[in-house]
Write a protein that binds this ligand. Structure first.
Ligand code: SF4
Length: 233
């Protein structure tokens, strides 16, 4: 397959989805310990026009990757989980599906979950020049991790992949969570989970990690086959 038939040209900014009911989701991790403060679920949405070199989720570059799931279905699945503090939206680019995510975030916050969002946009850019959907989703966000991933920059740890990315508190709760996290060492944390058939990597390791990991697994007799088009388990 010619990738450019399915991926948008790098840097081409798509029109944001106006869908309020349905998300295109690449994957869901019910419990993560490395994608923000505390124990969190992670929802990776599909589609990102940036195509940052070294991105850990190139299978989610395509806006066709993953599958359509209703906001209600995602909410029901996440709301049932006990002992989870918050939900992280990553991708892909969450702000390309802002209306459905804002609805999901509002419902999750109403049951006590805090919301962390990864985005390639800068907070200032969205506040000054963003569309209405961006403002709605920002209003339901506690912590924004903003800025494109840059593999040429140092990894500062604490949930970020490169030193240009910011940790922006957007609520009192977000400020409190970041203040508590600042008391702890800024580690590069990685979680590898498996459902017995598939492995999934969560977290923001340094740029060379993924290849080193694949080489090491291969050395031990394990061959990792990337899945095409995202997955939704
Ligand atoms: S903005 Fe994030 S998801 Fe998009 S290409 Fe860059 S690292 Fe990957």
């Amino acid at each position: 397959m010619n990738l450019d038939e399915t991926f948008m040209p790098r840097g081409t900014r798509p029109a944001p989805s106006t869908d309020t009911e349905t998300l295109v989701v690449g994957a869901i991790e019910e419990r993560s310990y490395v994608a923000g403060p505390g124990t969190r679920s992670v929802v990776w949405v599909s589609g990102c026009h940036r195509r940052c070199p070294g991105c850990l989720k190139p299978d989610l570059f395509s806006f066709e990757a993953g599958r359509k799931i209703s906001v209600d279905e995602v909410y029901q699945r996440l709301a049932l989980l006990a002992g989870v503090d918050g939900v992280t939206f990553s991708g892909g680019e969450p702000f390309e599906q802002p209306l459905a995510l804002a609805r999901l975030a509002a419902r999750l916050r109403a049951i006590g979950r805090n919301i962390v969002i990864y985005t390639g946009y800068r907070h200032r850019e969205m506040v000054n020049n963003g569309h209405e959907g961006m403002r709605l989703l920002l209003a339901e966000t506690d912590i924004l991790i903003d800025g494109e991933y840059r593999e040429d920059l140092e990894n500062p740890g604490r949930w970020r992949g490169s030193a240009n990315q910011g940790l922006v508190p957007l609520s009192t709760r977000g400020r409190d969570l970041l203040a508590a996290a600042a008391e702890l060492p800024a580690l590069q944390e990685i979680q590898v989970s498996s459902d017995g058939t598939h492995m999934r990597l969560t977290g923001c390791p340094d740029g060379g990690f993924f290849n080193r990991w694949l080489v090491e697994l291969e050395r031990r007799g394990l061959v990792v086959v990337p899945r095409a088009g995202g997955e939704t388990k």
